[in-house]
Design a protein around this ligand. Structure first.
Ligand code: DAH
Length: 354
């Protein structure tokens, strides 16, 4: 009997060691089969009970049963330990991740910082470049008088742009009124306001919004930004105008940029031109320049003596140039955007590209 009891002790020891090493439920099942299963070590040893003298058999049987119960308890305890150590630890304050394994292929979450709209960022750059050339910024209201917007700019009463179909008049005002209020159709009235309040020489730019009853399409919108320029001094020439516009264009759009003057008429400049910048597109299919390679920016010219007279400057003494500038046009060329409407739709998928 003592050899049999020794064998029981050995089994108890071996099972203890194996359980300590077991890392999974599958390991536990294997150990149980080897020791407690039908053909396991304990069953084998039970078979030897018949070799014992009859009076020793009950005690041996009890010793086997006791060991079996003890081992059962040890298996259960180890199984519990293995189960808890496999559980992912819950992070404080976070949802229980046990059910859903983390999907490491999901895109990460990140917040977008707000930033300046592409159009106003363009305007900041424009102002910066003119600042560098000695221009200061002048301002004027979006609602202005017909005198500042038209009359002082030498625009006759019957000029088509004064028509109610082209210009937004403030409620209660009509084109036939004496100096009606309107939404300015260009930034040129700021020239008048500045000259009425300052003596020459002066060198200003006037960025601001303008309004026209235009049909909206890829290149027109009812409201848009212009940046007016005005330089008044002695002996100013058209060459000064061209030099400033070329320097500006190359600073903003790159050193290869070309500029083109086309003869035109504006009531407030004489001579007048329309001017274009070369498009940075490479192909014939460009919607901006329509394959011509040129994009119209605005008009310019030498300040008409009539305008100087309207603001009390002596046209014999002073000369000057003035130019307009479509800010959207420049942003379109610069960023290769082919539809002005995109600038006003506030679609973040578009805006975040810049
Ligand atoms: N005000 C004109 C427009 O909106 C543009 C323009 C033309 C401005 C000639 C000027 C200029 O200062 O000299 O179409």
């Amino acid at each position: 009997m003592s050899t049999q009891l020794d064998k029981l002790k050995e089994i108890e020891k071996s099972v203890g060691e194996l359980l300590a090493k077991a890392g999974s439920q599958a390991d536990l099942d294997q150990i149980r089969a080897d020791y407690l299963g039908r053909k396991g070590a304990l069953s084998e040893i039970m078979k030897s009970v018949k070799d014992l003298p009859p009076e020793e058999r009950p005690a041996f049987g009890q010793a086997v049963n006791r060991l079996k119960n003890e081992l059962d308890a040890k298996f259960a305890e180890r199984a519990e330990q293995i189960k808890t150590s496999a559980k992912p630890q819950k992070r404080a304050g976070s949802p229980d991740h046990r059910k859903l394994p983390e999907d490491i292929t999901l895109p990460g979450k990140h917040d977008y910082l707000g930033k300046r709209h592409v159009l106003l960022a363009m305007l900041d750059e424009i102002i910066e470049v003119f600042h560098g050339m000695g221009f200061s910024v002048a301002d004027g209201p979006d609602v202005d008088t017909a005198f500042n917007n038209f009359d002082a700019l030498n625009t006759p009463q019957n000029h088509p742009s004064r028509d109610i179909g082209d210009t937004f008049y403030i409620e209660g005002n009509t084109p036939d009124d004496d100096n009606p209020l309107l939404l300015r159709t260009h930034t040129s009235p700021v020239q008048i306001r500045t000259m009425l309040s300052q003596d020459p020489p002066l060198r200003i730019i006037a960025p601001g919004r303008c309004y026209r009853k235009d049909a909206i399409d890829a290149t027109h919108y009812i409201s848009f930004w212009q940046c007016e320029g005005l330089y008044v001094d002695k002996h100013v020439t058209m060459a000064d105008l061209k030099g400033v516009l070329i320097a500006f264009a190359r600073e903003i759009l790159g050193p290869e940029t070309q500029i083109r003057f086309r003869p035109h008429f504006f009531p407030f400049t004489e001579p007048s031109v329309e001017y274009d910048f070369s498009c940075i597109c490479k192909g014939a299919g460009c919607r901006l320049c329509k394959g011509s390679g040129w994009v119209e920016i605005s008009g310019a010219g030498m300040v008409d003596p009539e305008v100087f007279s309207a603001v009390g400057y002596d046209p014999e003494k002073w000369s000057g140039y003035a130019f307009g500038m479509g800010v959207e046009r420049i942003a379109l060329i610069r960023h290769g955007i082919d539809d002005i409407r995109l600038l006003y739709q506030n679609d973040l998928r578009f805006l975040r590209q810049f």
